[in-house]
Design a protein around this ligand. Structure first.
Ligand code: 0R9
Length: 410
């Protein structure tokens, strides 16, 4: 593949097609500086290869065409990812004169996202993942089942070994990618850790309601398979996090909404404990450092609970409002947003920066929570009481500190 910079931007396109890809550069750069593309060449970077391929399947699921993703650690530590989506387009990219599949796997920055019309929301390397994985694998094979035909192409260290070939008829539909990480790149290890993959697979199943994701380990010493599928999505995630806790209302409160192309989902449940666990995600990426979605949620939660308590005379007239910390005591919450153009900031690039997401999360969550509280007065009263107890404890501790300070001065 040449290193020419070919641009092929389609405006107003609403779907990918074989020509709607911008082709920017070759793969030598990836093998020279793998860390720039996958973070590191340690075991963490190795696992990154899996997520880059899985992200493409998840995008297909988010587009509404894929319901199942299977990940297999093969006996030789190679990886197979299979999805039952539409199958990658099998036509020729006119600008390059090569099959789209070949372009996607051999040219950096070849991806629908760069075509202008693509709408993809999963995390990852924004459409360059397939070519990066190919560049860093001793072998990569892709099988596409589409329109009743099966196609196959093989690469080695990013280079084309066989042209895309039609292998005849199939009843199946979907894409299968099989790759083997290159020990010349991953000098520490090329062995996958089943537990690391399993934990993230389960998280992805929680975050993508209804999607079935399985992980199988075929290595001699392991031989295990787990399937994850949550019809409740992040509501099931909150149930899971609170499973060993005493909850103060039976069902997690779940809200979802969409505005300006930004999808917001929140699930919350209070337990009798004193700590809070708020976990936020943007495009399936754990936003450890929080961001606008998390702050919009927190502001809305505090305001709605105070408004409800005041309107329903659950405060005494001279009681001050509950603080943010008061209303978060004993709270387990998952916030998940899907944004067409997420901006990640902060030291570890895990803080969502898009400013409009703050007000959108605030509005969607506050409207839904206000409605829930009006319709569920028994649960709402328990939540307010929990906050009032936290507030009293906080004010009592503050008074005790003041008394102690005065004593020390006396
Ligand atoms: C096993 C891993 N799966 C994938 O890598 C995968 C990519 C992919 C895909 C499409 C469907 N399934 C996929 N699985 C797809 C098809 C169409 C449009 N968009 C996406 C279509 O039929 O019109 N693709 C991801 C990128 C591309 N396809 C494209 F750039 F080649 F179009």
């Amino acid at each position: 593949m040449s290193e020419e910079n070919i641009t092929n931007v389609h405006e107003n396109a609403s779907d990918y097609n074989d020509n709607q890809i911008q082709v920017l550069e070759g793969l030598e750069a990836v093998r020279k500086r793998p860390g720039m593309y996958i973070g590191s060449t340690s075991q963490r970077g190795l696992h990154h290869l899996v997520w880059e391929i899985v992200d493409n399947s998840i995008d297909e699921a988010l587009a509404g065409f894929c319901t199942e993703i299977e990940i297999t650690i093969e006996a030789d530590n190679s990886i197979t990812v299979q999805d039952n989506g539409r199958g990658m387009p099998t036509g020729i990219n006119e600008k390059v004169g090569r099959p789209t599949i070949e372009v996607i796997f051999t040219v950096l920055h070849a991806g629908g996202k760069f075509g202008g019309g693509g709408y993809k929301v999963s995390g990852g390397l924004h459409g360059v993942g397939a070519s990066v994985v190919n560049a860093l694998s001793t072998e990569l094979e892709v099988y596409v089942h589409r329109d009743g035909q099966k196609y196959y192409q093989r690469f080695e260290r990013g280079n084309v070994v066989t042209d895309l070939e039609n292998q005849g008829k199939t009843d199946y539909r979907g894409t299968i990618v099989h790759f083997k990480a290159d020990p010349e790149i991953f000098t520490e290890t090329v062995e996958f850790d089943y537990e690391v993959l399993r934990t993230r697979v389960r998280e992805l199943a929680f975050l993508n309601r209804g999607l079935m994701i399985s992980i199988e380990d075929k290595r001699a010493e392991h031989q295990v398979k787990k399937e994850y599928h949550y019809e409740g999505g992040i509501k099931s995630y909150v149930d899971h996090l609170n499973q060993s806790k005493e909850v103060i209302h039976d069902e997690p409160i779940y809200i979802e909404g969409e505005r300006d192309g930004i999808m917001v989902e929140v699930a919350i449940q209070y337990n009798s404990g004193f700590s809070s666990s708020i976990i936020s995600f943007a495009n399936n990426i754990h936003t450890y450092e929080g961001g606008t979605h998390e702050s919009g949620f927190k502001t809305a939660l505090t305001r709605v609970i105070n408004d409800y308590a005041r309107r329903n005379k659950l405060f005494k007239d001279n009681d001050e409002n509950l603080s943010g910390e008061d209303v978060r005591e004993g709270l387990t919450a998952i916030i998940s947003v899907k944004h067409p153009d997420p901006q990640f900031e902060g030291q570890t690039k895990t803080k969502l920066g898009n400013s409009e997401t703050r007000s959108i999360t605030d509005k969607l969550f506050s409207e839904a929570l206000s409605k829930f509280m009006l319709e569920n007065p028994d649960v709402s009263k328990k939540i307010v009481e929990k906050g009032v107890m936290a507030s009293r404890a906080r004010l009592a501790a503050k008074r005790a500190r003041e008394v102690a300070r005065k004593k020390n001065w006396a």
